[in-house]
Write a protein that binds this ligand. Structure first.
Ligand code: C2E
Ligand code: MG
Ligand code: MG
Ligand code: MG
Length: 292
């Protein structure tokens, strides 16, 4: 709406745009105050290595504990924030929180990679890398080798040269990049080659429709072989069934994330989950068969 209001000179649309703008302004104010009031929380979803049967990391996913509307998932507030500086502020809070949590887990003997989502607007700010360096220093985190920033493939492609130079600078900090929701939108598989991220996160769509659509199955195989050819780690998102997990193992994709293992959960629940978790027994046999 912000952009549409600027572009639209037509009076027909002006009234509704102005209404939308004032609604957005009100929203932005509540949102900003929400950050100050500490209403945002991180939930963590495990990343598991299905071949090894181990938990390898966590993705931090933001939630807004809204005083009136309850616990809100990101699709109920992030789209309105995109392109706004408050999204940058929120992401910076998320990074600090996730780094601190990773360090805390490290101290408890839980060595886990930490994945955090970033928006393109955020990483293309000139102060992004210096701020990240300061965030890492402030968290006192020595194990940032397992810290990964996830950026939407679609957003990374739009500004590939700049994104690549940020990826290079971040590598010096020990911070990795993953291309999120890979394979959707205006995607071309050659983006694996053009963007220097170390990891591709295969969009849930391919995982969830691999048995229903041969085209999606073929694309899934193609993404995995491109990732292998260019030495990128592949992570499958949205794994909900044993059958999907088995097929991924068979195709050589062992790192996965999805409701089959766990939904995103608060940090304390995550710790209990890790302590109890073991690979489903039916997957253990498949994992053994395809482990060479
Ligand atoms: P994403 O980074 O692709 O995260 C995966 C989303 O898929 C999460 O939704 C997760 O809960 C959901 N998911 C995981 N496993 C499954 C599954 O097996 N089945 C299904 N149906 N869904 C699954 P969530 O937490 O609602 O987040 C949505 C999106 O919001 C994220 O997609 C990410 O793009 C964005 N987001 C979340 N937290 C942040 C943040 O701190 N900063 C920024 N910039 N974006 C964020
Ligand atoms: Mg993500
Ligand atoms: Mg994703
Ligand atoms: Mg997504």
């Amino acid at each position: 709406a912000m952009y549409r209001a600027k572009e639209s000179g037509r009076s027909l649309y002006r009234i509704s745009d102005e209404q939308e703008d004032s609604a957005l302004r009100a929203f932005v104010e509540v949102f900003g105050d929400g950050i100050e009031r500490g209403e945002f929380e991180l939930f963590y979803q495990p990343l598991v290595d299905m071949r090894k049967g181990t938990v390898v990391g966590a993705e931090a996913l933001v939630r807004w504990r809204h005083p009136e509307r309850g616990l809100l998932p990101p699709d109920q507030f992030l789209p309105a924030m995109m392109g706004h500086r408050l999204a940058v502020k929120l992401d910076s809070w998320v990074r600090g929180e996730a780094l601190a949590q990773q360090k805390l887990w490290h101290e408890q003997g839980l060595d886990l990679g930490m994945h955090v989502n970033v928006t393109a607007l955020d990483i293309t700010q000139p102060e992004f890398v210096p701020r990240l360096r300061a965030d890492i220093a402030a968290a006192g985190n020595e194990s940032t080798s397992g810290f990964t920033l996830e950026i939407l493939e679609s957003a990374a492609v739009a500004d590939a040269a700049r994104v690549n130079s940020v990826i290079e600078e971040c590598r010096e900090l020990g911070v990795n990049f993953a291309l999120d929701d890979f394979g959707t939108g205006y995607s071309s598989l050659s983006h694996i080659k053009d963007l220097r991220a170390s990891t591709v996160k295969i969009d849930q769509r391919f995982v969830q429709s691999m048995y229903a659509s041969y085209d999606d199955f073929a694309l899934l195989m193609a993404i995995l072989s491109m990732a292998r050819a260019f030495d990128r780690e592949a992570v499958a998102e949205g794994v909900e069934t044993i059958e999907q997990a088995e097929m991924l193992l068979l195709l050589g994709c062992s790192v996965a994330q999805g409701y089959l293992f766990s939904r995103p959960i608060p940090a304390a629940d995550f710790e209990r989950w890790v302590a109890d978790w073991e690979l489903p027994s039916s997957l253990r046999n498949t994992a053994k068969e395809y482990s060479s």
